[in-house]
Design a protein around this ligand. Structure first.
Ligand code: DGJ
Length: 508
């Protein structure tokens, strides 16, 4: 049974009892239909994914209330097994990008039982109320059925995790203002939340002041989703997570401009208190610039949260952030919209899904695929550091006790002494893991990596005892060749070739 575990503030997804790194991609929203799958698998193969994220549509799974259709689920499982990849299932239920567009007709057309969220002016917005008892019961019944069916159909655990809803919340208002919501808002904050946030009891306004509306909505949505997840877990306890439509970390935007109620960075503690059945909260990162991307990683890398990037842009500049996410201990990484069904979500993603544009993602997975178990273990044990290139900074230093790993971007493979000028555009990424006091595992794209003695006053200098190129196969190191001469005299230079090195150091 796949399991999410944590130790010393670090997380691992255990698959077959071992830490596992999901090298993933997500298909376009309408691509998990049988007729579309031939346009999905070639891209998955090209990318070397070991995991594919695919939606399960409530409207397809339960077209009529109480009548469930597992045919698409079966096909997805069959085809994933044929392609030797795992799946992450995305439950498109009450929420999909803040709306209820994937609900079956018996939900969509029943405004009396399933009202919309109402904004402060009394206008309905395109999102379903988190206070509909009818919708909650229907959603959790369907989700529990899905998990029960999956348990029977997937004894071999092709499915590793399940996303419960998709980018939950509502756009166009910070909270629901329906009569029922108003009544709850004027009532006391639930004791569990008061305790978790270390506050004194009172109404939402009294306890949370300016944050009251936002926290109220987050609590309401998270409580709903927790009950859906709990119903599923009761029959099939797979790891479950929620994904977030993010606010700009530096300019969070005015009220109503963001997906309120969902697990944005601002309300993670509320979600943690409200939704204990949700094991992880993952940011959907569509911010191509280095400062914002890495800030989001920082915000979701918390001792109480497993880092996971369930969606990110498919444009080439996002590929290097795989390394940054790894440096934050991620259990997986998943560019979005990876298939050839013809849909492009530009400007969030690449203008076309061509081999050339998605090549940098494929390169990452080509490098890490054979050693994902080794990397996931080293990361879980805290031996690994990994970074992406910042276009403003051309040298980075990683500290490993007595050794510093010094990274330079924009260097030729041959020669030394010149100042690094950065790659244009920034596309470098580096991973260094410490295997022993003087032994390192190193891989990178578009970067030069070298080592220096950390104690600069010691007068000691580094020498390479041996630099082996190879890779792992089933956890065993397979030697390819020794790098020496031009290949080491100017540092270890990585290009767009998939190369992994084991480096032994000494001083002279
Ligand atoms: C984030 C959502 O979660 C995805 O389903 C998709 O709509 C992308 N945004 C945009 O293509």
């Amino acid at each position: 049974m796949p399991q999410l575990v944590h130790e010393n503030g670090r997380y691992a997804l255990l698959v077959d009892g071992k830490p596992y790194l999901m090298l993933s991609a997500q298909v376009n929203n309408s691509s998990a239909w049988p007729a579309m799958l031939p346009e999905v698998w070639p891209t998955a193969e090209f990318l070397h994914v070991n995991t594919l994220e695919v939606p399960i549509y409530w409207e397809q799974f339960e077209p009529e209330q109480g009548h469930f259709n597992t045919s698409v689920l079966q096909l997805l499982l069959d085809q994933a097994r044929q392609h030797h990849v795992h799946l992450v299932l995305l439950w498109f239920g009450t929420w999909k990008n803040g709306s209820g567009h994937y609900t079956p007709k018996f939900i969509k057309l029943d405004e009396a039982e399933v009202p919309h969220v109402v904004n402060a002016d009394g206008r309905r917005v395109d999102s379903l109320s988190p206070y509909s008892r009818f919708a909650l019961d229907a959603d959790r019944t369907a989700f529990a059925e899905l998990m029960r069916d999956l348990k029977i159909m997937d004894a071999q655990h092709t499915v590793l995790m399940v996303q419960v809803e998709n980018e939950s919340g509502a756009y166009g208002t910070v909270r629901d203002h329906s009569p029922l919501a108003e009544k709850l808002f004027d009532g006391p904050v639930p004791g569990k939340l008061v305790a978790a946030m270390h506050r004194s009891p009172g109404t939402w306004q009294q306890v949370f002041g300016d944050d009251a509306d936002e926290f109220f909505e987050a609590w309401s949505v998270a409580r709903y989703i927790d009950q859906v997840a709990a119903a599923g877990k009761a029959v099939n306890p797979l790891p479950m997570y929620a994904n977030a439509a993010l606010r700009d970390p530096f300019h969070p935007g005015p009220p109503g401009s963001f997906d309120s109620g969902g697990p944005t960075a601002e309300v993670i503690p509320v979600w943690k208190a409200a939704a204990p059945s949700i094991d992880a909260i993952g940011p959907d990162i569509y911010m191509p610039d280095y400062a914002r991307y890495t800030k989001i990683l920082e915000l979701y890398d918390r001792p109480d949260n497993a880092m996971f990037v369930p969606e990110t842009g498919s444009a080439p500049e996002y590929a290097r952030y795989f390394f940054a996410a790894l440096g934050h201990g991620t259990i997986g990484f998943s560019p979005f919209g990876m298939d050839t069904t013809g849909y492009k979500n530009e400007p969030l993603g690449a203008p076309t899904v061509t081999d050339e544009r998605i090549g940098p993602f494929a390169l990452n997975y080509q490098i890490f695929g054979p050693m994902e178990d080794v990397i996931a273990r080293l990361n879980f044990e805290g031996h690994l550091q990994s970074v992406a290139e910042d276009p403003e900074v051309h040298t980075q230093t990683l500290h490993f006790g007595e050794w510093d790993a010094v990274i330079q971007y924009g260097m030729p493979q041959f020669g030394s002494g010149m100042a690094p000028k950065g790659n244009q555009p920034a596309d470098g990424g580096v991973m260094v893991a410490q295997l022993g006091p003087d032994d390192f595992l190193v891989t990178a794209v578009h970067a030069r990596v070298d080592f220096e003695v950390a104690d600069k006053a010691s007068g000691k200098q580094r020498q390479f005892v041996e630099v082996q190129q190879g890779n792992y196969d089933d956890g065993q190191w397979k030697f390819v060749r020794i790098w020496n001469g031009d290949q080491t005299d100017y540092g270890l230079n990585f290009t767009s070739a998939a190369q992994v090195l084991r480096v032994s150091l000494a001083t002279y």
